[in-house]
Design a protein around this ligand. Structure first.
Ligand SMILES: *Cc1c(COP(=O)(O)O)cnc(C)c1O
Length: 355
């Protein structure tokens, strides 16, 4: 069934934009002027509204905060050198949002409507897209259950919101990750493939242990044997071993299907690299590091794009990886994606949506 949704725009009286320190943009702390809000009730999505950004009132029994029906997405918009506005692969986020919604028993938003809501929001906030290179407008769509009811059942009402944040670089430096062999991020049959709020809350305590020891993030292993690496909790993992671009297979439902990783692997294939998506054991990584064939490792995700990994903590020791400067594949990918978002190269894959 085709549904169309009207979007009513109520602009702010006065923009906050002049108060922003554009030279020092922290990640996720500066919010643009507006937000989009759309409610689900009586079995259907209602019309959307773009209104001044601000607090959302809630009932103390609102079901999302008790029972966790809460999902989100993250993507970026950029301003090109010609002043065009581009959103990177929003159709992929729309598809994933549908999958997350279905897994959490929430009403999906049709792909074309999701993309149009995101597009409209970016259009309204277009002067909030930084033009500085490497900077972007981060877009955060999310949906949560709003029934005012204590009891475990799918909510009958939901709210969908999009807000945006102008952001600088997520990590200013390469990262250290720690291979986690006790705690589990996701298990087979669970919700690891969905972008569900609770996945991130559950990872905080284990991550803090790693952070106390100097690791930015954990490198999660499979929940059953802890022998195979999965991902890093906000980014997928890509390795180059012996010239082969390798990433843990998404076949199990424990790994989030990242848009950035997919783009990286598409580029690798396009450039003629051998690409393998398969199980990747910790043992293989340790051995490849020892014999010098592990030449590159990085996290791929919207926030960081490419986060070079320079150190991998494993049990009581550390694997030290080759210097970032010599990493031909990941540096090429990073430059390509940046140039694409800056409009410096032609979008031959059709990855960007012009606003
Ligand atoms: C969002 C996310 C990623 C990265 O996905 P992108 O679509 O590339 O941003 C990776 N892992 C997890 C668990 C995530 O939530």
């Amino acid at each position: 069934m085709l549904q169309t949704i009207a979007i009513k725009v109520t602009p702010v009286q006065e923009s906050k934009i002049n108060a922003v320190d554009w030279e020092n943009l922290p990640f996720g702390k500066v919010f643009s002027d507006h937000m989009l809000v759309m409610d689900y009730k009586d079995g259907a999505w209602q019309d959307a509204e773009i209104i001044p950004f601000g607090p959302i009132a809630m009932h103390p029994a609102m079901s999302a905060i008790h029972y966790g029906q809460s999902i989100f997405e993250g993507m970026k918009a950029n301003k090109t050198v010609n002043g065009d506005l581009l959103i990177f692969r929003p159709d992929m986020n729309a598809k994933r949002f549908i999958e997350s919604a279905e897994r959490m028993c929430m009403p999906p938003i049709p792909e074309d409507i999701f993309v149009e809501l995101v597009r409209k929001m970016v259009e309204v906030e277009s002067n909030w897209i930084p033009s500085k290179e490497g900077y972007s407008l981060y877009i955060r769509p999310f949906m949560f259950a709003t029934d005012e009811f204590i009891g475990i059942k799918p909510s009958e009402t939901y709210r969908f919101v999009i807000f945006t944040c102008p952001v600088g670089a997520y990590y200013s430096e390469p990262v250290n990750v720690k291979i986690e062999e006790f705690y589990t991020r996701a298990s087979v049959g669970g919700v690891g493939r969905a972008k569900v709020a609770g996945n991130y809350g559950a990872a905080l305590a284990p991550a803090r242990i790693g952070q106390k020891n100097g690791y930015h993030q954990l490198l999660w292993t499979d929940g059953k044997t802890h022998e195979y690496i999965e991902e890093s909790g906000t980014m997928n993992i890509v390795l180059v071993i012996d010239g082969v671009v390798i990433s843990p297979s998404e076949e199990s439902d424990t790994i989030l299907r990242g848009v950035t990783k997919r783009s990286v692997l598409d580029l690798a294939k396009h450039w003629g690299y051998p690409v393998e998506e398969r199980k990747v054991s910790v043992k293989e990584i340790v051995e490849a590091n020892k014999n010098g064939t592990l030449t590159e490792a990085f996290g791929a995700g919207t926030a960081a794009t490419i986060a070079h990994i320079v150190k991998i903590g494993y049990r009581d020791g550390d694997l030290i990886l080759p210097p970032v400067e010599g990493r031909t594949f990941s540096n090429r990918v990073y430059d390509y994606l940046n140039d694409l978002k800056a409009g410096k190269i032609e979008d031959t894959f059709g990855w960007t949506l012009k606003v």
